[in-house]
Design a protein around this ligand. Structure first.
Ligand SMILES: Nc1ncnc2c1ncn2[C@@H]1O[C@H](COP(=O)(O)OP(=O)(O)OP(=O)(O)O)[C@@H](O)[C@H]1O
Ligand SMILES: [Mg+2]
Length: 272
């Protein structure tokens, strides 16, 4: 991970309001090349809304989003995908009646968006392009352990495999940064381990990630830095160790008494 130089993603003063509700308030954070940033916080904290406001689902009420040096605030999802910023959804949004391969094609078309339709003018060029896409999808399915399901309709897949398919669709768009909204929600311990390994392999291949989850253990075992959101605002940001020992985080997660007890214990520890 390189933390020097310009960040890949810079979010500054991001806010999103729905009527009177301030779902996200003045959030600022960065993601560097090769970094995994975790976003954690209770239900309704604003995690998904933050990703929605970055990924073009909503136009943020205020703030700036810069990706790879481009100011991309409010850009539509396909324009962000062309630049290499893609996301998955909290609820699986795979098309149930499409096969795994067909679902992945939709992801691939995101990065082909401008070129693909030009290529339709020349059918030889279009054929070559389609063949290249199929080859890339084969490689991707193989890499994610989905090859055996290539021609299975998504609705017939176990839930855990559907979640991996969600990642495959995003990966087919050739991202530089992938935003994963609760990739392990509802998964068994074994499936969770598999997804954690997959995210680590995605990063090892040079792709950065934002990972949203509720589970501090999962997030801290995976992420370089963690942003804790509470009532739409930053509660803490730092390495997993820094965040987990932050008094505000301890209080929010474990209650006031625990925070006081921990502070006392730290105070009483030798060397303090
Ligand atoms: N489209 C919308 N219109 C109105 N209110 C919304 C909309 N989307 C989200 N909200 C509200 O914004 C707040 C933040 O919701 P959000 O879904 O971002 O939380 P979250 O941290 O992702 O929660 P969870 O852990 O349950 O997924 C909530 O109060 C929610 O009801
Ligand atoms: Mg959410």
């Amino acid at each position: 991970m390189s933390t020097g130089g310009a960040p890949l993603l810079a979010v500054e003063g991001l806010s999103m309001t729905f009527g009177a509700l301030k779902a996200v308030q003045d959030l600022s954070f960065t993601v560097h090349d090769g970094e995994i940033l975790g976003i954690i916080g209770p239900n309704g904290a604003g995690k998904t809304t933050a990703v929605n406001a970055i990924s073009g689902t909503f136009k943020p009420t205020a703030g700036r989003v810069t990706f790879d040096g481009h100011l991309v605030t409010g850009f539509a999802p396909h324009r962000l995908a062309e630049l290499g910023l893609v996301r998955t959804y909290q609820a699986t949004t795979v098309y149930g009646t499409q096969t795994v391969r067909e679902n992945c094609r939709r992801g691939a078309f995101l990065h082909l968006y401008p070129g693909f339709f030009d290529a339709l003018i020349s059918s030889a060029k279009a054929r070559a392009m389609r063949a290249a896409v199929e080859k890339e999808i084969d490689r991707l399915l193989d890499w994610l352990g989905l090859a055996q399901f290539a021609d299975t309709e998504a609705r017939n897949l176990p839930y855990g495999v559907q979640k991996t398919l969600g990642m495959a669709i995003a990966m087919a768009a050739r991202p530089r940064l992938i935003m994963l909204d609760e990739p392990v929600a509802g998964l068994s311990a074994e499936e969770t381990d598999h997804v954690r390994d997959t995210i680590k392999r995605i990063r090892a291949s040079g792709i950065s990630a934002i990972v949203i989850d509720h589970n501090m253990r999962f997030i801290s075992g995976l992420c370089d830095r963690v942003l804790v959101i509470h009532h739409g605002q930053e509660l803490a940001i730092g390495t997993p160790a820094e965040v987990m020992s932050h008094p505000d985080v301890i209080e929010a997660y474990l209650g006031k008494g625990h925070a006081a007890a921990t502070a006392k214990a730290n105070h009483a520890a030798p060397g303090h």
